[in-house]
Design a protein around this ligand. Structure first.
Ligand code: NOJ
Length: 560
C-alpha cells in the first residue's frame, strides 16, 4: 500500500440513490444529468466522495440491483458519455466517485441467464448459475429450504426448452435476480473484467453489493431451521456467540475472491477503494474481510442498528474499533441508507433499533424528538475516527415516508411479502430541492412526469432552498460539521484515536487529540459541559453551560 492514497480511511462519503436524487430530463426519475447539475451542491456540502447506486441497464425488478449489462448505463439514467462526464466533473471539484458493483447475482434478462434458460441441464451455460433438479415426486419441491431475503423460497422452477417443467435456480433475492455460481471460473473472470472496465474509466472505488454471500455451500444443504426471510440478511436477535454459521457462506472461498480483487484495485494509481456491504453481526468474522490483502473498508451496520442509548452506543463503538484495529482497517459509520428506515423516524420511536424483521411501521412516532436526536447523531458520527456515510436527504432531515399508497410501492420486499413488510420505498422518495409544492425542483420546470414516488406536501419546509442560510436547519448543521471535520486535523487523523472522557450516566463524551471533544447527552436531564475553551458547534442551542437532552456539542478544549 506504500504510496497509495488511502483517501477512504477518513472520507465523508455521500450516498446518491440515483433514481431519487435529481431528475435532469423530466421523466420523474433521477439520472446522471441530475447529479452533474448538483455537483456544486455536493462540493459545498463538504463531502469527499459520492457512492452511486447501480446505474447499469436493468429491468429494475430491484431498482437496478438486477443488472442486465455490467458495462453500460441504463438509458433512464443516461449514457456512458454521461458517466464519463460525471467522473471528470466530480474530479474537477475534488470529489471521488464510487460505483455499486453487484457480483452475487445478475438480472434474469442478462444474456448469460437467457442462454442458461435455453440450454440443457448440466450444460456449461447453466453451470454459471445454481440450477438443480427439484425434490419430491416430479421434482415439484425446491432443492432445499432456503428462503429469499425478499420473502418466499429462494428457488424458482424453469420451463425447459421442450415445454416441460424442469430444473430450479437459486436466487437469494427476487426471482429476477439469479445467483451466480462463483465456483465457475468464467464467473470469476467476468466480474474481474467488469472491475477493470470501471477502474479503467476512472472510478475511485466500488461498493460491493451483498459481499459476504457470493460463495455458497456446494452441497446446498438445508438450513437446520428455516429463518424468517429478513433474518437471514440481518440475524439481529442472535448474539455473536450463539449465531449459527450463515448457511450461504463458504468462508475460505470468499476471501480468495477478494484477495484477487484487491490485487487489481491496488494495481491502479491514485488509490481505488474496495468497500464491502457486509451484514455480519460478528465483529471478528466481519474483520476477516478487512485483512490487509482483502477489502479496504466495509459498512458498519451494527452502528446503524444500535439503539439511541448511551451504553449500547458506547459498546458498539468500542466493539467496532476493537474489531478493526488488529487488521489495520478504518472503521466506518453509517446512520441510514436506501435499505433501512430513515433514522429521523427510527429515533422518534420508543424502540430506536433497526431490524429488517421488525420495522415498527405504524408505531407511535415523535418526529420532533427523532429530528433532535438525528442532529445529535450527526455530530456523534462525524466526530468518530474513520470514514462516514451520509445518505442523501439525511442532511435535510428527511423522515421515512410511511404513508405511501400501496399502489405506488415498487419494492419487491413489499410485494413478495404481500405487504407484510412495508419495504424500502419510504426511504427512497425523491429529494426536495426548491419551491413550495411537488416535485420541489426534483424534476425540471414543466416536466411531463411526476416523481416516481410521491413526495409529502410538508417537505416544502425541508427543501435545500428553504434550509440554506437558516442557521437552525439540519442542512446548515451538516454543512458546518462537514466543514469543521475537514478543517480539524484531530478529526481526520488516525494518530488521534478516540479517548472516552468520564461522564455522567447517559452521557457519551470523548476526545480526539488534546484540543477536540464531542459530548452527546442521551439522558433525560440537561448536563454540564466539561471544561472547554470554546464551543465549535452544537446540535441544539446551549443553555449557558448546559447541554439539553438529546443534544450534542463539539468543543475546543484547552490545549496542553
Ligand atoms: C443490497 C442492496 O443494498 C439492496 O438494495 C438490494 O436489494 C440487495 N443488496 C440485492 O442486490
Amino acid at each position: 500500500m506504500a504510496g497509495i492514497a488511502q483517501w477512504w480511511r477518513d472520507a465523508a462519503i455521500y450516498q446518491v440513490y440515483l433514481r431519487s436524487f435529481a431528475d435532469g430530463d423530466g421523466d420523474g426519475i433521477g439520472d446522471l444529468r441530475g447529479v452533474r447539475d448538483r455537483l456544486d451542491y455536493l462540493a459545498d456540502l463538504g463531502i469527499d466522495a459520492i457512492w452511486l447506486t447501480p446505474w447499469y441497464p436493468s429491468p429494475m425488478a430491484d431498482a437496478g440491483y438486477d443488472i442486465a449489462d455490467y458495462r453500460d448505463i441504463d438509458p433512464v439514467f443516461g449514457s456512458l458519455a454521461d458517466a464519463d462526464a460525471l467522473i471528470a466533473e466530480a474530479h474537477q471539484r475534488g470529489i471521488r466517485i464510487i460505483i455499486d458493483v453487484v457480483p452475487n447475482h445478475c438480472s434474469d434478462q442478462h444474456p448469460w441467464f437467457q442462454a442458461a434458460l435455453a440450454a440443457a441441464p448440466r450444460s456449461p451455460e447453466r453451470s454459471r448459475f445454481w440450477f438443480r433438479p427439484g425434490r419430491g415426486p416430479g421434482g415439484d419441491l425446491p432443492p432445499n429450504n432456503w428462503v429469499s431475503h425478499f420473502g418466499g423460497p429462494a428457488w424458482t422452477r424453469v420451463t425447459e426448452p421442450d415445454g416441460r417443467p424442469g430444473q430450479w435456480y437459486l436466487h437469494l433475492f427476487a426471482p429476477q435476480q439469479p445467483d451466480f455460481n462463483w465456483d465457475n471460473t468464467e464467473v470469476r473472470e467476468e466480474l474481474l473484467s467488469v472491475l477493470r472496465f470501471w477502474l479503467d474509466r476512472g472510478v475511485d472505488g466500488v461498493r460491493i453489493d451483498s459481499a459476504a454471500i457470493l460463495v455458497k455451500d456446494p452441497f446446498l444443504a438445508d438450513v437446520e431451521q428455516e429463518l424468517p426471510p429478513q433474518n437471514v440478511h440481518a440475524p439481529a436477535q442472535q448474539t455473536p456467540d450463539t449465531q449459527p454459521l450463515h448457511p450461504y457462506i463458504d468462508r475460505d472461498g470468499i476471501h480468495e475472491i477478494y484477495r484477487e480483487w484487491r490485487r487489481i484495485a491496488d494495481s491502479y494509481p491514485g488509490g481505488r477503494a474496495l468497500i464491502g456491504e457486509i451484514w455480519l453481526p460478528e465483529p471478528r468474522r466481519f474483520a476477516l474481510y478487512l485483512r490487509p490483502n482483502e477489502m479496504h473498508s466495509a459498512f458498519n451496520f451494527e452502528f446503524l442498528r444500535c439503539a439511541w442509548d448511551a451504553v449500547a452506543l458506547r459498546r458498539t463503538i468500542d466493539d467496532t474499533l476493537a474489531a478493526h484495529a488488529p487488521v489495520g482497517a478504518p472503521a466506518s459509520w453509517v446512520l441510514s441508507n436506501h435499505d433501512v428506515t430513515r433514522h429521523v423516524t427510527r429515533y422518534g420511536r420508543a424502540d430506536t433499533t433497526f431490524d429488517f424483521a421488525e420495522r415498527h411501521h405504524g408505531d407511535p412516532l415523535d418526529l420532533e424528538l427523532g429530528t433532535r436526536r438525528a442532529r445529535a447523531a450527526a455530530l456523534l458520527t462525524l466526530a468518530l475516527p474513520g470514514s462516514v456515510y451520509v445518505y442523501q436527504g439525511e442532511e435535510l432531515g428527511l423522515w421515512e415516508v410511511e404513508d405511501l399508497p400501496d399502489a405506488v410501492r415498487q419494492d419487491p420486499m413489499f410485494h413478495r411479502t404481500r405487504g407484510a413488510d412495508p419495504g424500502r420505498d419510504g426511504c427512497r422518495v425523491p429529494l426536495p430541492w426548491s419551491g413550495t409544492s411537488a416535485p420541489f425542483g426534483f424534476s425540471p420546470a414543466g416536466a411531463a412526469a411526476q416523481p416516481w414516488l410521491p413526495q409529502p406536501a410538508t417537505w416544502s419546509d425541508c427543501t435545500v432552498e428553504a434550509q440554506s442560510e437558516d442557521p437552525t436547519s439540519m442542512l446548515e448543521l451538516y454543512r458546518a460539521a462537514l466543514r469543521l471535520r475537514r478543517d480539524q486535523p484531530a478529526l481526520r487523523s488516525e494518530r488521534e484515536p478516540l479517548r472516552w472522557i468520564a461522564a455522567e450516566p447517559g452521557v457519551l463524551a470523548f476526545r480526539r487529540g488534546d484540543e477536540f471533544a464531542c459530548v452527546i447527552n442521551l439522558s433525560d436531564a440537561p448536563v454540564e459541559l466539561p471544561e472547554h475553551d470554546s464551543v465549535l458547534l452544537s446540535s441544539d442551542p446551549l443553555q449557558g453551560d448546559l447541554l439539553a437532552p438529546d443534544a450534542a456539542v463539539w468543543l475546543r478544549l484547552r490545549g496542553r
